[in-house]
Design a protein around this ligand. Sequence first.
Ligand code: PMP
Length: 364
Amino acid sequence: LAPDYVRAIAPYQAGKPISEVAREFGLDEAGIVKLASNENPLGMPESAKLAMQQAMAELGRYPDANGFALKAAISAKYDVPQSWITLGNGSNDILEIAAHAFVQPGQSVVYAQYGFLVYALATQAVGARAIEVPAKEFGHDLQAMAKAITADTRLVYLANPNNPTGTFVSAAELEAFLKAVPADVVVVLDEAYNEYLAAEHQYESTAWVRQYPNLVVSRTMSKAYGLAGLRVGFAIAQPEVTDLMNRIRQPFNVNSLAQAAAIAALNDKAFLQKSAEVNSAGYRQLTAAFDELKLSYVPSFGNFVLVKVGEDDGAGARVNLALLQRGIIVRPVGNYGLPQWLRISIGLPEENAAFIAALKTVLA
Ligand code: PMP
């Protein structure tokens, strides 16, 4: 029924929903802590809830297919013209639109070992060949990635910070990479966790777009902006590239409620700042516990931490199951080739504490 390359795809494994874990393990939903999908533990901003309530009145109509008001908000915030913006149903949609727009079957796509899994899925979905470049200390080896590009490479995916490892490459390394990539290869710089970067690590990727016509910067409203369930992402790139992506994009890919909420969230500086503060406090709380338990972890720049819970290849799955039985949902990363590790999303102080207490019992 389908081409070989479609049948070869291993489906994306999302974090188990709370209701499913409650059913499976006979637990009360209220007592379950989910630290599995890098969601915002603050939930969604009140400003976005209000905007959605107002938008309810118009749900009988189609959404604005071009997302004029949302693009205006993005344009104002990131100082780019509206013709440089592509809207996505989450940034997953952006990643996939890029594969469809720029790659044909048989051509190749470069990304890193431990790169976000959707890069592999999007590559396979268009029948392209993956060139997976070995990681350097869990992060991107940008020099090796530049060298790995071949004559048929059309696209590079690169996450900064990266999920699931939380690693970060500096602005200087990134720029050197952009200079090394041939002009006919599109670079998707996936910055899903950008808003969590401390001031000293911030860099002006949206300004780089002016300099590099093959650069696509991808952002999401799912993480620091707290709108994961609404599915809003966007890309910033020069108009030629943006035009090509918009030919592939479904016209109504971002619904009316999501557009309204995203505008409110983009302008809600207080919420964004609180998200970053809760995240850095939670990071300190989790890593202090890992230090105490003498567990290795990868220093993270995102809203999650990758921690090694054992030395054998069954460790991740075993500890994950024991945590589930105690009502704690985290993310095993065996499908990334990291079977000894778990990825823990940073939660509220009490959620982190519940996870730490359960982990201590499980590892005792
Ligand atoms: N890129 C990275 C690196 C991610 O970790 C995620 C979320 N897991 C996404 C993109 C996609 O997120 P969304 O589709 O919700 O924007």
